[in-house]
Design a protein around this ligand. Structure first.
Ligand SMILES: C[S@@+](CC[C@H](N)C(=O)[O-])C[C@H]1O[C@@H](n2cnc3c(N)ncnc32)[C@H](O)[C@@H]1O
Length: 215
């Protein structure tokens, strides 16, 4: 096996079971399933990789930008609109992404998409990881407003944020049933053992053809 990580998808490199993205300084950055649910999703067999060159991404629940930074590095001529409600992680996000001019940090509540509607426009990918009780409703509202036909939706569901007492599988079932009518479920992947009681739901929104790399 080669010692050099090989490009396996737009912006994504693999060496054995490890994955990397290419940072702004040309350094390979480990993309760890212990630090990012998107990396965990890939590690656990997820196949969707809608990111690439000019991709426009709306990212809800950016926190301090760990996953945002990897996605941004895979979309060098695109834009990542990174929405985060809490001020503290957002400050770190701004610092971390200071060297990336394709990230637009937005301090907003993702349940009020009208607050950032004028800035975002249509996107190719909606990625959500908000750990909030109304995760399904937030996803539906943002999908309806911002996703172009054929966009890909990646919803990281944290069951315990919706109901800490009910069985996580049943909660994730409910989120799946409540997906917007224009969403076609492509994958449902449990994120354990990296993230307990989480699942990634991947959906195609609207009617355009599915693709990887060129959204
Ligand atoms: C699990 S963390 C996100 C981790 C991040 N996605 C990553 O991979 O690096 C969830 C984040 O969602 C944010 N959040 C929760 N509810 C939100 C809302 N309604 N609007 C925007 N952000 C929200 C929280 O403040 C928190 O930073």
């Amino acid at each position: 096996m080669s010692d050099t990580p090989q490009l396996v998808a737009p912006g994504l490199y693999a060496q054995g079971t490890r994955r990397f993205t290419l940072g702004p300084d040309g350094e390979l950055r480990p993309f760890s399933p212990n630090r990012s649910k998107l990396a965990a999703y890939l590690k656990l067999g997820g196949t969707a990789w809608p990111f690439g060159e000019g991709c426009r991404v709306l990212y809800l629940g950016a926190a301090s930008g760990t996953t945002v930074s990897h996605i941004a590095d895979c979309c060098p001529r695109g834009r990542v609109f990174a929405v985060e409600k809490a001020l503290r992680p957002l400050r770190e996000l701004v610092t971390l992404c200071g060297e990336r001019d394709n990230v637009v940090p937005l301090q907003a509540d993702a349940s009020m998409p009208e607050r950032y509607g004028a800035i975002v426009g249509l996107v190719d990918v909606l990625y959500q990881d908000v750990a909030a009780p109304n995760q399904g409703a937030i996803f539906a509202a943002n999908a309806a407003r911002f996703c172009r036909p054929g966009a890909l939706g990646m919803l990281m569901v944290k069951a315990r944020s919706i109901d800490a007492a009910a069985p996580p599988g049943a909660i994730i079932d409910e989120v799946e049933v409540g997906l917007p009518p224009q969403a076609q479920l492509l994958e449902r992947i449990g994120l354990g053992p990296f993230e307990r009681d989480h699942a990634a739901l991947v959906v195609r929104l609207g009617t355009a053809a599915a693709s990887t790399g060129t959204p």
